[in-house]
Ligand binder design. Structure first.
Ligand code: HSE
Length: 436
């Protein structure tokens, strides 16, 4: 006789009801039938752990809310735990608990994974459960799936992207609208895509976390956040934007990862002058974009909404469907490199074009002295510009702009140190990397 017993429902627990968590909670309720269709099993939303009892439940039934996340994981016996608390605090133990209880985990927690991913991916693998994190990088853009599955055939050797919407929005406002840094930041926070603590965005920490994860997947070697060279946007001054525009560039916070021929990698986040014709130059507002260079599949460009509640929830729900399906099928999916097999090169080994900007005395013979310093450090000039500062007459200062050919960063910084100390240089030497 045929059994009429229904298969057990897929039990889903949500941790955190913030900007992304609230969207995910609503979707799990409103689109339960659609999700069941994609997963191949009905879902049961067993609860939401949110410590802040004053939070608006935004139409999600009150009975789903609990304050004790560990109890929800232990007593609720979820198949899938969606962790959207974020950060390095409570989320750490809760993800470990979920894995120990045999649940698959979906998270957007780039900070935790970039810092301690080796441990978490190892635990998930040993427990035979999934740990998915599409929402951790570039919001709605399916870049994790692309790097870990779609593009594995011929090898990825380079990634260049804009992976932080807040800083992109701020840089955009500062260069196109002439907004002050403070006004642009407030606007980004009002729009809901800046992190609660803007330091992580502004200082490039958020982008470095994301870049570490992208590099780990792309190159199949563990790259943690401590391996990522990082410079944020807080030290930029209006003159940098003016000089960039005068040289046909915009300033972007770039995430870059390269796999070199000898197997070493370099991974970095820093502001850079990007020529206006470059595809990344036109990435505006809170959008993200990631260019991926592969050996056999050419250059690919991903573009879209990189931050915000609904776009990020879109990536979370996509992961819930995938890990749900894996669970129903009794398999586990994507794996992430857990051991470091590649040497991570220091920034002094970086090769790039650079733009130097500094004031000099506007008198005969200065250019030859500048040229001598550059030459002594093997820095070759591609373009030299000078703007006389008439306002400073009779002190006769002029601003020099030096665009270099591709140069080693160690050489370049030694050159800058010598220029900074030279009597004929009358200001700090501003240095900006230039994207080719
Ligand atoms: N605060 C991030 C950004 C979104 O501005 O891109 C979450 O990673």
């Amino acid at each position: 006789m045929e059994s009429t017993a229904q298969p057990p429902k897929l039990r889903i627990a949500l941790l955190g009801f913030g900007i992304v968590g609230s969207r995910v909670g609503q979707m799990l309720i409103d689109e339960a039938d659609l999700l069941a269709k994609y997963i191949g099993r009905e879902i049961e939303f067993i609860g939401i752990a949110e410590r802040d009892e004053s939070k608006d439940h935004q139409g999600v039934p009150d009975h789903l809310f609990v304050t004790d996340a560990a109890k929800l994981i232990i007593e609720g016996e979820p198949d899938v735990v969606v962790e959207l608390i974020g950060g390095l605090g409570a989320a750490d133990e809760l993800i470990k608990l979920a894995i120990a209880q045999g649940a698959s985990v979906v998270t957007a927690n780039k900070a935790l994974l970039a810092a301690r991913g080796q441990e978490f991916f190892g635990l998930a693998q040993a427990a035979g459960v999934d740990l998915y994190f599409e929402a951790a990088v570039a919001g709605a853009i399916p870049i994790i799936r692309a790097l870990s599955e779609s593009l594995v055939a011929y090898g990825i050797y380079s990634i260049t992207g804009i992976v932080n919407g807040t800083t992109n929005f701020i840089l955009d406002k500062m260069s196109s609208d002439g907004a002050t840094y403070a006004d642009a930041l407030v606007k980004a926070q009002e729009l809901g895509f800046a992190e609660l603590d803007p330091t992580a965005d502004i200082e490039g920490i958020d982008a470095a976390n994301k870049t570490a994860l992208l590099a780990s997947l792309a190159f199949g070697t563990w790259v943690g956040v401590s391996d990522v060279f990082r410079e944020g946007i807080s030290a930029l001054v209006p003159g940098d934007f003016r000089a960039a525009a005068a040289n046909g560039c915009v300033i972007k916070l770039l995430a870059k990862a390269d796999l070199h021929d000898d197997g070493s990698v370099s991974v970095r986040v820093h502001p850079a002058m990007v020529p206006i014709g470059h595809p990344l130059a036109s990435v505006s507002g809170a959008n993200n974009s990631i260019a991926v260079s592969t050996h056999g599949a050419g250059e690919l460009m991903f573009y879209g909404l990189g931050a915000g509640g609904t776009p990020t929830a879109s990536a979370v729900i996509g992961d819930v469907v995938t890990v749900g399906r894996n669970r129903v099928g009794g398999v586990v999916g994507m794996s992430v490199a857990m051991s470091k097999t590649s040497q991570v090169l220091p920034m002094s080994a970086n090769e790039s074009q650079y733009f130097l900007r500094f004031d000099v005395a506007d008198v005969p013979g200065i250019l030859s002295q500048v040229g001598a310093v550059l030459a002594s450090h093997h820095v070759s000039v591609r373009n030299l510009s000078q703007a006389s500062n008439m306002a400073e007459e009779p002190s006769r200062a002029a601003e020099l702009g030096v665009l270099t050919h591709v140069t080693n960063e160690g050489d370049l910084l030694a050159c800058v140190a010598e220029l900074d100390a030279a009597a004929f240089v009358r200001s700090e030497v501003r240095v900006m990397r230039v994207e080719g």
